[in-house]
Ligand binder design. Structure first.
Ligand SMILES: Nc1ncnc2c1ncn2[C@@H]1O[C@H](COP(=O)(O)OP(=O)(O)OP(=O)(O)O)[C@@H](O)[C@H]1O
Length: 338
């Protein structure tokens, strides 16, 4: 590895106290959906960091904000996002357009939910590669074409896919093509939002193996969003669990599977099906909160078996309970995580 070792140890992405709300108005009544509310974490170089949490916990909004895809009614109301390759702006949403164009695909790529969102349905795949990647590669068109074909082969795609329209490919092939597009410029960071959700189990495994291989080969860091803990168990190094717009626990993925601390994380892990174990799983009481009017204090307190008086009034901070294991829970942090 080349370069300044202190720089290599710096995180590639740091998110600090990020708050992104949807501000809406209906019949003259204004409301703010607090989809991302005070989230802080870092992603190291070459690391695959997972984000888990149930539907509507704010995962997609967090990734969109990090990607700079902030359009009304979404607004960043506080905090910052720092990339090692984009110092000083506090996030892509604050950077000038020229900087954003310089960074997209080359330093940062974003695999959105549903591969059709990136691929233009009325243009052949070749156009997508030329439009997105060619300006960054800085080679002759012929060399560029050769590089694209070699990269497709790495992802087990035949060069003929370049002549195809997106709807002519299977879901798995489309997702591979999207990953090829997102990785051809060897970006420092890949944001992947539910990259396997619409795929069958076999293709899902292939796509996850691909993401691991890409990380190994080109050294990219990956922020991978999935509601499916099985996906995280397969590929992520560290895992952050979100609940109602906040990060409530973070640790090495294996550590969370073995020793979940937050009552919500414990519930998620204990609900996972295990072969041969037919003990009925207990559902969590209550429903996820309305993020336009979330509970005061800890947002999980109305459903929490350990809730205490303080949980109703004060927001628990993320604290390191054991080395590398952070959790936001008064009950757990007071008892030392037992
Ligand atoms: N355009 C919008 N206007 C208002 N509220 C929105 C909008 N988009 C999302 N939300 C709300 O923001 C909250 C977080 O949604 P988000 O899609 O980020 O969650 P998620 O964890 O990614 O869920 P899923 O896994 O279902 O995509 C939800 O309460 C959702 O209803």
């Amino acid at each position: 590895m080349q370069g300044d070792p202190s720089k290599e140890a710096e995180p590639i992405l740091s998110v600090h106290d990020l708050q992104a709300h949807f501000r809406t108005e209906r019949h003259g009544v204004k409301r703010a959906v607090k989809a991302v509310d005070g989230i802080s974490f870092v992603v190291g170089r070459g690391e695959i960091y997972g984000l888990a949490g149930e539907s509507s916990s704010g995962k997609t909004t967090l990734v969109k904000t990090i990607a700079g895809a902030v359009r009304p009614p979404l607004e960043v109301v506080g905090g910052r996002v720092d990339f090692a390759f984009l110092p000083g702006y506090g996030g892509l949403h604050c950077a000038p357009e020229a900087e954003v164009a310089r960074i997209r695909w080359r330093h940062l790529s974003y695999i959105m939910q549903g591969s059709m969102n990136v691929l233009n349905p009325v243009r052949r795949l070749r156009s997508a590669f030329v439009d997105f990647a060619y300006p960054h590669i800085g080679e002759s068109r012929r060399q560029f074409e050769q590089e694209v074909v070699a990269h497709l082969a790495r992802l087990k795609l035949d060069p003929s896919v370049l002549e195809a329209y997106p709807h002519e490919l299977s879901g798995g092939m489309r997702q591979r093509a999207t990953i090829a597009l997102a990785t051809i410029c060897r970006p420092d960071v890949i944001l992947a939002d539910e990259p396997t959700t619409a795929l069958d189990v076999v293709v899902q495994k292939e796509v996850l193996a691909l993401i691991s291989a890409i990380r190994r080969e080109i050294g990219s860091s990956v922020l991978l969003v999935s509601h499916d803990l099985g996906v995280h168990a397969h590929v992520t190094d560290r895992l952050g669990i979100m609940y109602a717009g906040r990060l409530i626990e973070e640790a090495a993925t294996l550590e969370i599977f073995r020793h979940p601390l937050h009552p919500y994380a414990r519930h998620l892990i204990s609900s996972l099906p295990r072969i041969g174990d037919d003990v009925p799983r207990k559902a969590l009481d209550g429903t996820p909160p309305n993020l336009a009017d979330p509970p005061t204090g800890c947002r999980f307190h109305p459903r929490c078996p350990l809730a205490m008086e303080i949980c109703r009034h004060e927001v628990p901070a993320m604290r390191e309970n054991a080395p590398g294991h952070r959790v936001a829970c008064f009950a757990v942090n007071r008892s030392g995580g037992a």
